[in-house]
Design a protein around this ligand. Structure first.
Ligand code: EPZ
Length: 434
């Protein structure tokens, strides 16, 4: 069992180029199936979730080749429309293969995606949108059997601006007859990146980044090349680590506009933040101060994915900060572990109240989900003494070599095999998938 061993209290300093965005590359990999051509995907991060998507693509018949940070997918040879349960369970975003496989082959046989670590995560909007486009979908237990004689464009009004549903419907719409209009679409930068990829392969997609996305279907799709957007959540995590450690860190390769709600919190907490169009630098000016309430919200609001790392940074602040988690009903599992590091945080339902403490102390903690795990790393970097963070299978889903990135900034952090056998701290797996 691998752990991160962190000796906290080192000031982080330096500059890093952030990895490609996990939440962009996953829909893009599903989209690569739709064209039946060759997709060259640059700035593709090496992540567990990317490996899981690659395994699904291979199972469906695609050939894949990695050259450094470029992944080349040839979806020409696709010859099946099923995704086995064990591959579906690897990650939540396997659900994006529903729209992609159906659009490409006219049928799809798969199971509900795994994981519910953030509370219930239904896919009703994915299913009703695809049904409106002419898909017949039968659900038996967790098995989904879908077929269509041909998808048709239509108007779809989402009741929630779901990121995954917007993406799934965009993928399906590329091969539908006629025009699809998705209203109340998610406006996340990753949706705009997906639009860029789909356009590169010849699809007609407009409006991403606004609440209305329009896809003219049935355009001929071809080979394409696309560079994945920089990861705003990984960037937010490294800025949180800088803020928590009293550091001075520049993150390159990410748009400052995509981070404005996060950098706004750190400015309010007393940090000096300066931004260029594709980089952000954060300089600490001493101990952080508590800030006004942090409400998570769909983009352009404060991202739920940054909630845990920012909370971890504020655990050692002067004063109090209230968090309100509006996207997922159970996204405070890291709080119990932060308390082991000495944090004073109380939760009730969707609200968490952080009373800053003068210092955190080293402890053995366990990640139970991806961003919660990143939050534990941030807190451990600021803590006095040595910490061990277990549950790296979660962190590795979304962060490319997190220990290498942080060590280059001066952190005392190493990945090692644990010799401890504490069954509670170091049990494998769990049910957490993103
Ligand atoms: C995406 O998940 C991200 N994952 C998540 O990133 C992120 O937390 C989330 O968007 C919100 O920003 C990827 O992009 C791969 P949603 P997704 O559909 O698409 C409800 C991370 O840490 N809902 O926008 O699953 C749902 O229950 C992760 O990187 C329905 O009710 O999120 C939730 O409350 C984890 N019915 C809300 O909408 C549906 O059919 C938002 O979910 C779909 C969603």
């Amino acid at each position: 069992m691998e752990i991160l061993q962190i000796r906290g209290g080192r000031r982080l300093e330096g500059s890093l180029r952030v990895q490609g965005a996990k939440n962009s590359v996953l829909p893009i990999l599903a989209a690569s199936l739709v064209s039946g051509a060759v997709s060259v995907i640059e700035n593709c991060p090496a992540l567990r979730d990317v490996e899981a998507s690659a395994a699904i693509l291979r199972h469906l018949g695609c050939t894949l080749r990695r050259e450094g940070s470029t992944l080349i997918v040839d979806s020409g040879p696709v010859d099946r429309c099923d995704v086995p349960d064990d591959l579906m369970r690897e990650m939540r975003s396997s659900v994006l293969f529903l729209g992609a496989v159906l659009a490409r082959t006219g049928c799809a046989s798969l199971s509900l995606p795994g994981g519910c670590e953030l509370g219930p995560r239904p896919i009703d909007l994915h299913l009703s949108g695809l049904r409106a486009m002419g898909a017949e979908i039968a659900q038996e237990g967790s098995d989904l059997r879908c077929r269509t004689a041909g998808l048709r464009g239509c108007e779809i009004q989402l009741t929630i601006p779901s990121v995954g549903a917007t993406e799934n419907l965009m993928l399906a719409a590329c091969r539908a007859e006629g025009t699809t209009v998705i209203r109340n679409a998610a406006r996340e930068p990753e949706i705009v990146d997906l639009q860029g990829f789909l356009r590169a392969m010849g699809a007609s997609v407009q409006g991403a980044g606004s609440a209305t996305v329009v896809v003219e279907g049935s355009r001929p799709l071809t080979d394409c090349c696309h560079a994945v957007l920089g990861d705003r959540i990984a960037a937010a995590t490294y800025l949180a680590a800088a803020a928590a450690s009293g550091g001075d860190v520049e993150v390159r390769g990410v748009s400052y506009r995509h981070l404005s709600t996060v950098t706004g919190i750190f400015s309010e907490a007393g940090c000096h933040v300066c931004s260029e169009p594709d980089s952000v630098r954060l300089r600490s000016r001493g101990r952080l101060r508590g800030v006004g309430p942090v409400h998570t919200a769909p983009y352009p609001g404060f991202p739920t994915d940054a909630q845990a790392p920012v909370m971890a940074a504020l655990a050692g602040s002067l004063g109090e900060t209230v968090f309100v988690e509006n996207i997922f009903s159970d996204r405070y599992r890291h709080v119990r572990e932060l308390r082991r590091l000495g944090a004073d945080i109380r939760t009730e339902g969707r609200v968490a109240v952080v009373h800053g403490v003068p210092y955190l102390h080293g402890a053995q903690v366990r990640a139970t989900d991806l961003r919660g795990g990143a939050g534990l790393v941030v807190a451990a970097l600021a803590a006095v003494g040595e910490s061990e963070v277990a549950g790296l299978e979660h962190i590795d889903r979304g962060y490319e070599e997190i220990e290498t990135v942080l060590a280059a900034l001066g952190a005392d952090i190493r990945r090692k095999e644990s010799i401890r056998k504490d069954p509670d701290l170091y049990r494998e797996g769990g049910d957490a998938r993103g």
